[in-house]
Write a protein of this length. Structure first.
Lengths: 200, 260
């Protein structure tokens, strides 16, 4: 029965003291929040802390959520984004991820190893590192739109900007990713030329 | 299609859309890629990127927070004192009640202010009426004994008239009698006017004035008047008398008294 309820209905029931509704909402939504925090921070520990903080926030301030302004999922991504920022500011030296395109991959510190835990392909590792080295505002859109497969509208609501901004940032982020991969793994990406110079 | 047009069109597509670029709408793009090696290379590299991002997303999809997080959250949930809704409702009710109370408070202040204004106005009115009454009361008290004198004077004049009657010829008896009646009337009027003047501190009323109508402000002016104007006889003399004249707020003389 709870599975048929929308996120907003579950939240309302949870705020009325229904523990089962809160549990159902957590189990439905904690995975994307956890992965978003993981992709953004590159740290399992930070991801767990952020997930916990997001749902505690929902428990305490969930009454502030306005369904007319957007979906609960996008709202939670917005809350998670703020907690990720705080966590990364707090442990900047341990989890430096606000790198420029010229940053060295060796500066990336992460306890999550896709090679060991998930994917064994070298390309995934290279892409993963390239994503983590993106500037924050580009990394956010790549994580939300490419990795979390959110729509542009939901990403715009979560990040508090216009859809056009999301689109342009994503385009720019892909270009940066391609340049990084060209430098780090040109053979893997199969990129040797520069199409922008072709005016045929 | 030029390469710039291709870049404009393909640049707006997501990696996953680039992977699925097979539809009829995408035919110009596909056709250009078949002709241009550089654009084909760009497209392939972005498709590889899309594949890699998709693979990374799929590989991290099973990852979730540990059960500890859920347990901790449930503990926090149980510790939290619920009825946040009730609290929220209470807070809203308190807020609206406070607003309402402020409204009533302002209304009460306005009512008190209005009552004060009305009270001051009525008080001033009553005070003025009382002052008017107190101004009239002493005059009545002082002039009461003098009315007896006026009555006595009237009786004397009547007696004088009757005493003089035998000295007049019998032919004029009837005229004397009628004059005696007239003199009696005059003496009665004089007595009445003297009584009135006694009531008004020696002022003689010059006009019949209804107290309800002539109750406005009055002004006493001391002036010199020709004696003829006061006595009504001997108009040739230039002698003057000093008199106090009471003038009403309509400009007419109400009463007067002779000072010397």
């Amino acid at each position: 029965m709870l599975a048929e309820q929308t996120d907003e209905q579950l939240l309302k029931m949870a705020l009325d003291g229904d523990e089962e509704a809160f549990t159902a909402l957590y189990r439905r939504r904690h995975g994307p929040i956890f992965r978003f925090a993981l992709h953004m921070s590159g740290s399992l520990q930070v991801a767990e802390e952020v997930t916990q903080d997001v749902f505690l926030f929902l428990l305490q301030r969930g009454g502030d959520f306005d369904p007319e302004r957007g979906a609960l999922g996008a709202y939670l991504f917005g809350v998670a984004r703020n907690y990720v920022r705080r966590a990364m500011e707090k442990s900047y030296t341990e989890a430096t991820t606000t790198c420029t395109a010229e940053d060295d991959d060796s500066r990336l510190v992460t306890d999550f190893d896709p090679v060991r835990d998930i994917a064994n392909s070298q390309l995934s590792v290279a892409v993963w590192k390239a994503v983590l080295s993106l500037p924050e505002h580009y990394r956010e859109v790549v994580v939300l739109c490419d990795l979390q497969e959110q729509t542009y509208a939901d990403a715009a609501q979560a990040l508090g900007c216009a859809i056009g901004t999301i689109r342009s940032r994503l385009h720019r982020a892909h270009d940066i990713l391609m340049k990084k991969l060209k430098n780090t793994a040109p053979s893997l990406i199969g990129f040797t030329g520069d199409a922008a110079r072709c005016l045929s | 299609m030029t390469c710039e047009e291709f870049m404009d069109a393909a640049g707006g597509l997501t990696p996953s859309q680039l992977l699925r670029m097979r539809s009829a709408e995408d035919q110009p793009l596909v056709a250009h890629v078949g002709e241009c090696g550089a654009c084909r290379e760009w497209l392939e590299s972005h498709r590889v990127l899309g594949n890699a991002l998709h693979a990374l997303s799929a590989s991290t999809a099973p990852l979730e927070a540990s059960p500890k997080v859920e347990q901790m959250l449930l503990q926090a949930f149980r510790k939290q004192e619920f009825a946040p809704r009730a609290v929220e409702l209470t807070q809203k009710a308190a807020k609206s009640l406070w607003t309402l109370s402020r409204f009533f408070e302002a209304g009460a202040y306005a009512a008190v202010a209005a009552a004060l204004v009305v009270g001051v106005f009525l008080g001033a009115r009553i005070l003025r009426d009382q002052q008017n009454k107190t101004n009239r009361a002493p005059l009545q008290a002082v002039n009461a004994p003098q009315s007896n004198k006026a009555a006595a004077a009237a009786q004397n004049s009547e007696a004088r008239t009757t005493a003089q009657a035998p000295q007049v010829a019998t032919k004029a008896a009837t005229s004397i009698a009628s004059s005696a009646v007239a003199a009696r009337k005059q003496s009665a009027q004089a007595a009445a006017s003297q009584a009135n003047s006694a009531e008004n501190g020696g002022f003689v009323a010059l006009m019949l004035c209804d107290p309800l109508i002539c109750s406005g402000d009055e002004q006493v002016i001391r002036m010199e008047l020709p004696a003829s104007a006061v006595t009504g006889v001997d108009s040739s003399t230039t002698q003057t008398v000093l008199a106090d004249v009471v003038i009403g707020d309509d400009g007419l003389i109400r009463r007067m008294r002779i000072v010397n």
